[in-house]
Design a protein around this ligand. Structure first.
Ligand code: 5AD
Ligand code: SF4
Length: 498
């Protein structure tokens, strides 16, 4: 039996649908909104969710609030921004407080086990909220939600969760919400599709200064430790026209930093250096970053394109993962340390200050003490401005999960600490290259030790004292001291990317 609100909502749905149909709402939604309405099926579900929001407003005096939280990488943050865009289009508003929310969505990460455990913890904490407010809608989506065993666990043990959907189902959000709202059924949508990339998404971006722009989805590399290819499917590239149009629009709106995203941007089907060169031609005051680059596909052409450009930051995130050729082979990385160093040496020979950052996995199955020392040696040799290091986390279903591993967790933890200490020493030497120099900084927020904080082209945090009105602008700063996490300096003047 449908309750009063639901049947009322159906009436409102019809009204809203008709309004949409005759195009009254279309001008308000703008071009992208119109795109969303192209698909009739999609339109009906959209109108019904919109009607739910209108009904909620009528009954409660305010729109339903959604809480959307993204764990993990920037790709996930970008997916979360699209979810928010869809929800706002349908009439939701947003809150940072789960207690106030009518819809809670955790957009999850599956790369390491602790990320999964955090989600179970967070969802577990929502049980009492659901008991107090039975019409609260709770959803889990993203990489972790794509895994069958997770869906089964949630189905059986987390009854408060209404909606579980994987990384292929974002553009069916309205249909899924309708099933939960109107049919009062739980939804588990994990099917993998190879449909074309939808360009119809509206986005609510978390920042007004920095924007993420995915250029491709999925991964074909199957590194033996990694779950990503299993949860995000095969590589699909967006058309260059779509990417360039989005970047141009963002720059026009005043965004100062665009980060192009892909699991391996170097295998972008339409040519990554070409894409960078086209983007670089766009007039304006902005920086471009991108991540990640797989070393097996990083070329001198890529390095040349970065160095010869006006807007592309002179830094490259190039995950090395390990410093031992045996371990790299077992990881299926398909490069040797020698291949890797050819890239970094070429960049440094052309541009001595060229910056590298990297990802490292410590304690891969079978990693010996000596092999770990080789990882320490490569980080010293390259000199990274930033390192993201992780203890290996066993992901069931990946080949590495079945590899013999005789190193205990405590030893792995100690190795990670040792690596961080090594990097701390390296950083002192590396950061001293900025002392006394005037550098360009994009001001992002208030600082921890000085009034303002931003990042330089190398992606290093720079703090200095200045007026808050500088947030969102490029400035020139003279570096006077360093710490192991940041550079400190004095404000000189406003800067431009010319
Ligand atoms: N365990 C630990 N770290 C991992 N990464 C990917 N899979 C795992 C895993 N199973 C790290 C890699 C990758 C980064 C995004 O996460 O270093 O580059
Ligand atoms: Fe995972 Fe390797 Fe693909 Fe990166 S390149 S997402 S580490 S499989």
């Amino acid at each position: 039996m449908r309750d009063f609100l639901t049947s009322n909502i159906d009436k409102i749905a019809k009204k809203v649908y008709n309004k949409l149909y005759i195009g009254l709402l279309v001008p308000k939604l703008g071009k992208r909104g119109v795109d969303v309405l192209k698909n009739t099926e999609n339109t009906a579900a959209y109108a019904r969710v919109r009607a739910y929001c209108e009904g909620y407003l009528e009954k409660n005096g305010h729109r339903p609030l959604a809480y959307v939280y993204s764990f993990g990488c920037q790709q996930n943050v970008s997916d979360g921004e699209k979810l928010k865009g869809q929800l706002s289009l349908a009439g939701f508003e947003f809150t940072d407080d789960t207690e106030q929310a009518q819809l809670i969505i955790y957009n999850t990460c599956a790369v390491r086990e602790n990320a999964e455990n955090t989600v179970y913890g967070a969802v577990g904490d929502l049980k009492h909220l659901k008991e107090q407010k039975p019409d609260l809608i709770i959803g889990i989506c993203g990489c972790m939600a794509q895994l069958k065993h997770v869906a089964e666990k949630v189905k059986a043990s987390y009854r408060q969760v209404d909606l579980v959907f994987g990384t292929f189902a974002y553009n069916e959000l309205f249909e899924m919400l309708c099933t939960v709202i109107y049919d009062k059924k739980r939804v588990f949508e994990l099917s993998e599709r190879t449909t074309e990339i939808s360009e119809d998404f509206v986005q609510i971006r978390d920042s007004k200064i920095k924007a993420f722009v995915p250029i491709m989805y999925g991964c074909n590399n199957f590194c033996t430790y990694c779950i990503v290819p299993y949860v995000r499917g095969r590589e699909r590239s967006r058309k260059p026209e779509a990417v360039i149009a989005e970047v141009r629009k963002l720059i026009g709106e005043g965004y100062k930093e665009i980060t192009l995203l892909g699991q391996n941007v170097n295998s972008y089907s339409y040519g990554f250096p070409q894409l960078l060169r086209e983007i670089d031609k766009i007039e304006g005051d902005y920086w471009v970053r991108f991540m990640s680059s797989h070393p097996k596909d990083a070329t001198n052409e890529l390095i040349d394109t970065i160095i010869d450009s006006k807007h592309i930051c002179k830094s490259l995130h190039l995950p090395v993962q390990a410093g031992s050729d045996r371990v790299l082979k077992a990881m299926n990385r398909r490069y040797t340390t020698e291949d890797y160093l050819k890239i970094t040496d070429y960049a440094r020979q052309r541009c001595p200050g060229f910056s590298f950052s990297t990802d490292i996995i410590v304690g891969f199955p079978g990693e010996s003490k000596e092999e770990f020392e080789q990882t320490k040696a490569i980080i010293k040799r390259v000199g990274y401005d930033n390192i993201y290091s992780f203890v290996y986390s066993k992901r069931s279903g990946t080949p590495a999960a079945n590899m013999p591993d005789d190193t205990d967790d405590k030893t792995k933890g100690l190795r990670l600490r040792e690596l961080l200490l090594e990097q701390r020493e390296n950083i002192e030497r590396l950061f001293s290259r900025f002392l006394g120099k005037e550098i360009k900084v994009l001001v992002e927020a208030k600082g921890r030790q000085k009034s303002l904080a931003g990042r330089n082209t190398e992606g290093i945090i720079v703090e200095f004292d200045g007026d808050e009105s500088l947030i969102g602008q490029f400035v020139d700063v003279k570096i006077t001291s360093t710490a192991n996490w940041a550079l400190f300096g004095e404000y000189i003047k406003k800067g431009e990317i010319k």
